[in-house]
Design a protein around this ligand. Structure first.
Ligand SMILES: Cc1cc2nc3c(=O)[nH]c(=O)nc-3n(C[C@H](O)[C@H](O)[C@H](O)COP(=O)(O)OP(=O)(O)OC[C@H]3O[C@@H](n4cnc5c(N)ncnc54)[C@H](O)[C@@H]3O)c2cc1C
Length: 290
C-alpha cells in the first residue's frame, strides 16, 4: 500500500494523536532512510506517514553535567558526530554516528530510526547499550522509560506500541576516568551492514577498572547487553588475562547464525577480537581524559 497521507505535526501531542487516529496504519518517519526503502519495496504497508522532524522534543541534543546527555530520537547522525560533548565524553556514540551509511545517510538518519527498525545489526544499539542508554517512550497513556537492552523483542520487533514513539535517548553523566568505543567488522570499507558490532564502556580509577559494560550487535536475534563480559574486567588493572576473560564472556553471550554475510563460527571469533580491541580503545580514551 502506498501512503495516503503525509502529516508533519509540530508537537508531540499532535504526533501521538495522528498515530492514534491512524489506528495501527500509521508509521512515524524520521530520516526515512529505512522507512522509505521499505515502503517502496512493498515490505511495509503504511497509510499515514507521521513525520517527526518538526516535533521539538524529538530533535536536538541537550547536555547537563549533572543529568547527562539527552538526544532527541529524530536528531540526524551528523549532528551527533560533530557535537563537542559527544566527541569528548561519549566517543562510542560519535563512532557510531560517523559510520552509519555515508555523509548523505548521516544527514538524515537518526538513532530513533536505527533502533526502531530493530535490525539485529543496527550499529547504534551496541554502543548505546554500552553507554547505559535509557529509552524515553511516549504514547497516549503518557511517558515511560526503560533501559535500551529491554527495548528489543526480536528481529524488527520492539516494545513500542503502534501508537507510541521513541522520544529520546538519555545517557548518564560522564564519569571521571571513563572512556568508550564502538567497533564493527564489515567486509567492505564502508556502507555495509555489520557482521559483528561491539560497544565498550569502562571506567578507570588509576589503572583499576571499576565499572564496565559491553554491548553486542549482529550476533543474536536482538542486540545484547553482555553483562558478564563487563564484569570480567572489573576489580583490577586491564591485564591481558582480564581482557581475554571479557572476550570469552562476550563470545558466551552471543548466539550467532550463519547467513550470507558470515558464518556463526566467524562471527563468534570476531566477537572475541572486537571485544578485545574495543575494550583497549575505550581504556586508551579513558586515559586521555586524565
Ligand atoms: C545506503 C544506506 C546505508 C546504511 N548504512 C547503515 C549502517 O552503516 N549502519 C546501520 O546501522 N544502518 C544503516 N542503514 C540503515 C538506516 O540508515 C539506519 O537504520 C537509520 O539510522 C534509520 O534512521 P532514519 O531516521 O532514517 O529512520 P526512518 O527510516 O525514518 O525510520 C525507521 C523505522 O523506525 C520508525 N521510527 C523512526 N523514528 C521513530 C521514533 N522516534 N519512534 C518510533 N518509531 C520510529 C519508522 O516508522 C520506521 O519503521 C543504511 C541505510 C542506507 C539506505
Amino acid at each position: 500500500m502506498r501512503p495516503q497521507r503525509y502529516l508533519r505535526p509540530a508537537s508531540l501531542a499532535e504526533a501521538l494523536q495522528a498515530l492514534g487516529v491512524a489506528n495501527g496504519r500509521g508509521r512515524p518517519l524520521a530520516g526515512g532512510t529505512d522507512l522509505i526503502v521499505e515502503i517502496r519495496e512493498g515490505r511495509r504497508a503504511v497509510e499515514t506517514v507521521v513525520d517527526l522532524k518538526a516535533v521539538p522534543e524529538l530533535v536536538g541534543v541537550e547536555f547537563d553535567p549533572a543529568r547527562g546527555l539527552r538526544v532527541g530520537a529524530a536528531t540526524p547522525c551528523y549532528q551527533l558526530a560533530q557535537h563537542p560533548v559527544i566527541r569528548a565524553s561519549y566517543p562510542a556514540l560519535a563512532d557510531v554516528a560517523s559510520l552509519i551509511g555515508g555523509i548523505q545517510i548521516q544527514s538524515r538518519a537518526s538513532l530513533g530510526g536505527n533502533l526502531c527498525t530493530a535490525s539485529p545489526a543496527a550499529d547504534s544499539a551496541p554502543a548505546l547499550i554500552a553507554l547505559a542508554a535509557t529509552c524515553v517512550l511516549a504514547g497516549s497513556e503518557g511517558e515511560r522509560r526503560l533501559p535500551l537492552e529491554q527495548f528489543f523483542l526480536g528481529p524488527r520487533r520492539t516494545v513500542l506500541a503502534p501508537t507510541e514513539v521513541l522520544v529520546a535517548l538519555e545517557l548518564p553523566p560522564p564519569q571521571p576516568g571513563a572512556g568508550s568505543a564502538y567497533l564493527r567488522f564489515i567486509p567492505r570499507n564502508e556502507m555495509d551492514i555489520a557482521v559483528v558490532g561491539v560497544g565498550a564502556w569502562l571506567q578507570l580509577a588509576g589503572e583499576e577498572v571499576v565499572a564496565a559494560r559491553i554491548g553486542l550487535g549482529a550476533v543474536a536475534p536482538t542486540p545484547r547487553f553482555a553483562r558478564a563480559a563487563g564484569e570480567a574486567l572489573i576489580g583490577g588493572p586491564l591485564t591481558p588475562e582480564r581482557v581475554a576473560a571479557a572476550a570469552a564472556a562476550a563470545q558466551e553471550a552471543s548466539a550467532p547464525i550463519d547467513d550470507l554475510r558470515g558464518s556463526a563460527r566467524q562471527r563468534r571469533h570476531l566477537v572475541g577480537v572486537l571485544t578485545r580491541r574495543a575494550v583497549l580503545l575505550a581504556a586508551e580514551r579513558a586515559r586521555e581524559q586524565r
